[in-house]
Design a protein around this ligand. Structure first.
Ligand code: NAP
Length: 316
């Protein structure tokens, strides 16, 4: 399950194993390879992480007109490949980080490495309302750029008030007849520029101070309506929609660590600006670590810092 030209053998001990091929992991790979390290990036599905599912990025420096997330992710992968980082298409399902070398388990076997960088990112959080799991893929979605096209010309709702919800609403407003933006407070958490743009669109309706109370399905088991409850008055209102895009934040992909590293209460790996995690020889980069600003630009910075730290430690 590896790129054959670069596959590590079972007997190999990698210098640096990087778990996750989003912006943080790919940048860590680039810097590790350029520092002369034998490094491999492990990825369970395809490279790019959340970036690959981002339609348009306007705040990554160097692209005055913005850039497509998928294209940027693919360029990052090609750049890391060019310097000889190995790619391993295997999901890391367990770790032994206390041993020397450290051990990663995947469904295909084990891999050993002298240092590990965890860059597994985060995934969308669920709403937690009844019927959400049953209606996922039948009207309920967690990725507007992946699924928005199925709702072309229809009425949809987005729930959440952060940058993801705002970007999703803007994207959907271009292809859908109408977009409700349901938020539990009376102002968005999202960057001001989003608010201004959304407020100027005739087919976007803000549903302030409201939470999703219920999901209603039609006779075929597809989403037909969302009941929203006013958080101040308790009054309910039903919105007839074919699609509901849930954008209520993310949760870190740290379950596979099985307690091997210190996590905060929300499950993020406790690590500072140098990325050093609670076990020597292990670093955390990107959205998976405790940090104030989760952006592509901070993820790539993390990847670079962690790879440099790891290479320096291994060179001592
Ligand atoms: P986020 O910033 O954590 O926002 C989550 C939103 O969901 C908040 O508005 C929150 O409400 C709301 N929420 C949370 N739980 C809820 C629940 N159970 N029911 C209803 N609403 C709920 O998450 P995000 O928007 O996914 O962004 C994640 C990170 O990626 C952020 O750092 C963000 O800046 C970054 N990002 C950046 C861009 C960009 O810059 N273009 C685009 C996408 C994401 P409250 O506001 O009341 O807390």
């Amino acid at each position: 399950m590896t790129d054959s030209a670069t596959a590590p053998n079972a007997s190999d001990v990698l210098d640096i194993a990087i778990i996750g091929a989003g912006p943080a992991g790919l940048t860590a790979g680039l810097y590790a390879a350029r520092a002369g390290m034998d490094a491999a990036v492990f990825e369970r599905v395809s490279p790019g992480g959340q970036l690959a599912q981002t339609e348009q990025l306007e705040n990554y420096p160097g692209f005055p007109e913005g850039t497509e997330g998928f294209a940027l992710a693919w360029s990052m992968k090609q750049q890391a490949d060019r310097f000889g980082v190995r790619s391993v298409s295997e999901e890391v399902t367990g770790v032994d980080l206390a041993s020397d070398p450290k051990v990663l388990s995947t469904p295909f076997g084990t891999h050993r490495a002298r240092a590990v960088i965890v860059a597994t990112g985060a995934r969308p959080r669920k709403l937690g309302v009844d019927g959400e799991d049953e209606l996922a893929g039948r009207g309920v979605s967690y990725c507007a750029t992946c699924d928005g096209n199925f709702f072309r010309g229809k009425t949809v709702a987005v729930v959440g008030g952060g940058n993801t919800a705002a970007a999703d609403a803007l994207y959907l407003a271009r292809i859908c007849e109408k977009v409700y933006l349901i938020h539990r407070r009376d102002r968005l958490r999202a960057t001001a520029v989003y608010h201004e743009r959304l407020a100027g669109l005739p087919n976007v309706e803000f549903v302030w101070n409201a939470t999703v109370a219920r999901l209603e399905a039609d006779g075929d088991g597809a989403l037909a309506a969302v009941a929203v409850r006013d958080v101040n008055t308790g009054e309910e209102r039903t919105l007839a929609v074919s699609g509901l895009f849930v954008a209520v934040g993310t949760q870190p992909n740290t379950e596979f660590l099985g307690g091997a590293l210190e996590l905060d209460a929300a499950g993020y790996i406790v690590a500072g600006e140098d990325g050093a995690a609670s076990v020597p020889g292990v670093w955390a980069a990107g959205d998976v670590r405790t940090k104030a600003l989760r952006q592509v630009v901070t993820a790539v910075a993390d990847g670079a810092v962690c790879a440099e730290q790891a290479a320096e430690r291994l060179s001592l």
